[in-house]
Design a protein around this ligand. Structure first.
Ligand code: F6R
Length: 609
C-alpha cells in the first residue's frame, strides 16, 4: 500500500510533489508528507490525515527554491497513523530522506542491530530502517548505499532516497511493489502509479522487479542489482488527464458507476468480431493447452472474488470445465490440489494485491497455467501469469470498486466463450448468439442509469436501518455478496449476504419487523425458488427490496420496493443487477454523510497480506 513520488529537475517541486500525492491518495490516506532539499538542507513536512491536512501544513511552508524532493501518502501497516510514523523518514543526521511502499519483513532484527550501533529511531515503522541503513552504507555514493541497503532488507517494497550532498540525485529500488519513471525535459518523476505525473509527462519507463535506478535532470539509468545498466524503452501513455478528475460528478464513485457502459464496451471491443468467434490477443496460452485443462481454479480478493464467483456459474455452464474458487489469502496457505492441467485464474483490478499475486505464483510453481484478469497494464499480475485478459475499465479512483467489477465480469464472459470455442463445447452459432447479447448490455446499462432516482428514493426510506440482509441464488448470489460488501464498506452499516436457500439455516433469526432484506430476483431458472424465500422473509414482517427484471410486474406483490433492470439472459444478468446495488449503497452512504471515495480503514490497492 502507500503511494510514493519523487522529483528531480529544474522546476520548483513542492507543489508538483503535492499534486502528485493528490493523485495517489487512493493508495492510502491516513497520513502524508514531503521532503525537499531547500537551502542545502532536507526539510520534512508531514501531517496526520488525508491530503487536506498536508495542504494546511504546507501553507507558507512551500520552500520555493526546492528542485529535488520526495512525497508519500500512507496506509498504515507498522505503526499507527501519526506524524512521527508518516513518511518521509530520515537518518540520524537528517542528510538522508526516504519514502517506501511495502513491508520490510526483517525490520525488527535490523532495527535492533542499528540501535545497538547507536542509531536513534523516531518512528514505529519498518520503513525507517532503510534511512538508517543508507546512512550506515553511505560513503559518498548514494546509489551504492541504496544497493547495499537493498541487500540487507527482506520483504516486498519500492523506495526512493535522496541525500543532501547530492542536490540533483534520486536513487532507489523495487522488489515486487510498483515503481515507474515519468521522463520530462530536464526532469524526472518517480512514482507508484502513472496518474501521479500524468499531467506533467506521458513518457514512462517501467522499473522492473529487483532493479535499481538513479535519476537526475539529465536522465535516468536502470540497473540490475550488480549495477549493470539495462536497456529500457520509453513508452507513451495515452490516458486522458481528465480521467483522474471527477468530470462534474460529486464523487469519483458515482462518476465511475456512470462510466460502466463505457467500461463494458471497451472491455468487449475487438474481442467479439463481427465475423464471429472470440479473439483474446494477450491470452498467450495455446488452444491445445486450453483444450486439455480439466479444472479451473479462480483466486481473488474482495470485489474481484465476487466477479470470480459469477465466473464459476458462467465457466461451468459454457465451457463445461469444473471450477473451484477461493479467496487468495486462504488458497495460498492451503494445499490446493493443482496439476499442469489446471488453469488458475487470478483476478485483480490493480494487479498488485499481495495475496492474489502469491496465490498465482504458488500455482505456477505447482506447474499450472496461470491467467491474469487485471485492469492495469504491466502490473505485477501480468508478469506472474502465462496469459492476460485486460479489463479496460480505465483508471478507477473510488476505493469501492464499481466499473472495474463489471469489466471483470465481462472479461470472464469472454474467457468462458473463448474456452468454449477452444474446447468445442459450444457451436459457433451459440457463441455468436451470446456475443450479440453481450454487445447489447452496455446500451441496456445506459438506459438503466436513467432511473437512478428510484434507487435514491428507496435509499431515503431505509438509510437509518441498522442492518441489511442480502439474499440471492445462482448468479444472484455473488451479486448479493457484492451489494452487501459495497454497503458495509462505504456506509459502515453491518450487512450479511447469504444464499437464499441457506437463510432458514440461521440468518432468518436476524429478521425483525421492517428489517430490510435486499433480494436479487431477476428472471432465471431459480426465480420461483427465490420467490419462496421472499415469502419466508415476509412471513417475519421484514421489508423486501427486490432487484427484478423489467416487465415482471408480478414481483410487486411480493416486495415493498423494486429496482427494475433491463432483461438479458440469466448468465449475463450480473452485469446489470449489480448496478442498482452499487447505487443503493452509494445513496445510503451519501445520506449518512460518509466519505464514499475514501471509506475509513480501507485502501484501493492492498499490497500487504
Ligand atoms: C471493494 C474492493 C476490494 C478489492 C480487493 C481486491 O470495493 O475494491 O474488495 O476488490 O481489495 O483488489 P484487486 O482487485 O485490486 O486485487
Amino acid at each position: 500500500m502507500c503511494g510514493i513520488i519523487a522529483y528531480t529537475g529544474t522546476r520548483s517541486c513542492t507543489d508538483l510533489l503535492y499534486q502528485g500525492l493528490r493523485k495517489l491518495e487512493y493508495r492510502g490516506y491516513d497520513s502524508a508528507g514531503l521532503s525537499v532539499l531547500s537551502g542545502g538542507r532536507i526539510e520534512v513536512i508531514r501531517a496526520v490525515g488525508n491530503m487536506d491536512s498536508l495542504e494546511k501544513e504546507l501553507e507558507g511552508n512551500g520552500h520555493s527554491d526546492a528542485r529535488l524532493g520526495l512525497g508519500h501518502t500512507r496506509w498504515a501497516t507498522h505503526g499507527r497513523p501519526s506524524t512521527e510514523n508518516a513518511h518521509p523518514h530520515s537518518d540520524c543526521t537528517g542528510n538522508v530522506s526516504i519514502v517506501l511502499n511495502g513491508i520490510i519483513e526483517n525490520y525488527v532484527n535490523l532495527r535492533s542491530e542499528l540501535a545497538a550501533n547507536g542509531h536513534e529511531f523516531t518512528s514505529e515503522t519498518d520503513a525507517e530502517v532503510v534511512a538508517h541503513l543508507i546512512e550506515n552504507h553511505y560513503n559518498g555514493d548514494l546509489l551504492e548505499a541504496v544497493r547495499l541497503t537493498y541487500a540487507d532488507i527482506e520483504g516486498h517494497f519500492a523506495f526512493c532516497a535522496i541525500h543532501s550532498g547530492h542536490p540533483e540525485l534520486i536513487a532507489g529500488a523495487r522488489k515486487e511493489c510498483p515503481l515507474l519513471i515519468g521522463v520530462g525535459k530536464d526532469e524526472a518523476f518517480i512514482a507508484s502509479a502513472i496518474p501521479a505525473f500524468l499531467s506533467e509527462t506521458r513518457d514512462v519507463i517501467v522499473i522492473g522487479d529487483e532493479e535499481l535506478f538513479v535519476a537526475t535532470p539529465a536522465g535516468v539509468t536502470i540497473m540490475d542489482l550488480e549495477k549493470n545498466e539495462l536497456e529500457r524503452e520509453v513508452t507513451q501513455v495515452n490516458w486522458d488527464v481528465d480521467a483522474a478528475e471527477k468530470a462534474g460528478f460529486e464523487t469519483f464513485m458515482r462518476k465511475e458507476i456512470y462510466e460502466q457502459p463505457d467500461s463494458l464496451t471497451d472491455t468487449i471491443a475487438g474481442r467479439l468480431p463481427d465475423g464471429g468467434g472470440v479473439v483474446l490477443d494477450e491470452m498467450a496460452i495455446s488452444d491445445e493447452v486450453l483444450a486439455g485443462i480439466d479444472k479451473i481454479y479462480i483466486v481473488a480478493c474482495g470485489t474481484s472474488y465476487h466477479a470470480g464467483m459469477v465466473g464459476r456459474y458462467v465457466l461451468e455452464n459454457w465451457s463445461g470445465v469444473a471450477v473451484e474458487l477461493d479467496v487468495a489469502s486462504e488458497f495460498r496457505y492451503r494445499d490446493p490440489v493443482l496439476s499442469p492441467s489446471t488453469l488458475v485464474v487470478g483476478i485483480s483490478q490493480s494487479g498488485e494485491t499481495a495475496d492474489t499475486l502469491a496465490a498465482m505464483r504458488q500455482a505456477r510453481k505447482l506447474g499450472s497455467k496461470v491467467l491474469a484478469i487485471t485492469n492495469i497494464m504491466g502490473s505485477q499480475a501480468t508478469r506472474d501469469a502465462d496469459g492476460v485478459i485486460y479489463t479496460r475499465a480505465g483508471l478507477e479512483i473510488g476505493v469501492a470498486a464499481t466499473k472495474s467489477h463489471v469489466a471483470q465480469i465481462a472479461a470472464i464472459h469472454l474467457l468462458a466463450l473463448y474456452l468454449a470455442q477452444a474446447r468445442g463445447a459450444m457451436s459457433a452459432g451459440e457463441i455468436d448468439g451470446i456475443a450479440s447479447e453481450l454487445k447489447a448490455v452496455p446500451e441496456l446499462l445506459q438506459t438503466y442509469l436513467r432511473h437512478e432516482a428510484t434507487t435514491h428514493e428507496i435509499a431515503k426510506r431505509y438509510y437509518q436501518q441498522p442492518f441489511f440482509l442480502y439474499l440471492g441464488r445462482g448468479v444472484g448470489l455473488p451479486v448479493c455478496l457484492e451489494g452487501a460488501l459495497k454497503l458495509k464498506e462505504i456506509s459502515y452499516i453491518p450487512t450479511e449476504a447469504y444464499a437464499a436457500g441457506e437463510m432458514k439455516h440461521g440468518p432468518i433469526a436476524l429478521l425483525d419487523e421492517g428489517s430490510p432484506v435486499v433480494v436479487v430476483a431477476t428472471d432465471g431458472h431459480v426465480y420461483d425458488k427465490v420467490i419462496s424465500n421472499i415469502e419466508e422473509v415476509r412471513a417475519r414482517s421484514a421489508a423486501v427490496i427486490a432487484v427484478a427484471t423489467e416487465g415482471n410486474e408480478g414481483i410487486k406483490a411480493y416486495s415493498d420496493d423494486v429496482m427494475f433492470v433491463p432483461a438479458t439472459s440469466e448468465l449475463l444478468s450480473p452485469l446489470l443487477s449489480v448496478v442498482p446495488l452499487q447505487l443503493l449503497a452509494y445513496h445510503i452512504a451519501q445520506l449518512k454523510g460518509c466519505n464514499v471515495d475514501q471509506p475509513r480503514n480501507l485502501a484501493k490497492t492492498v499490497t500487504v497480506e
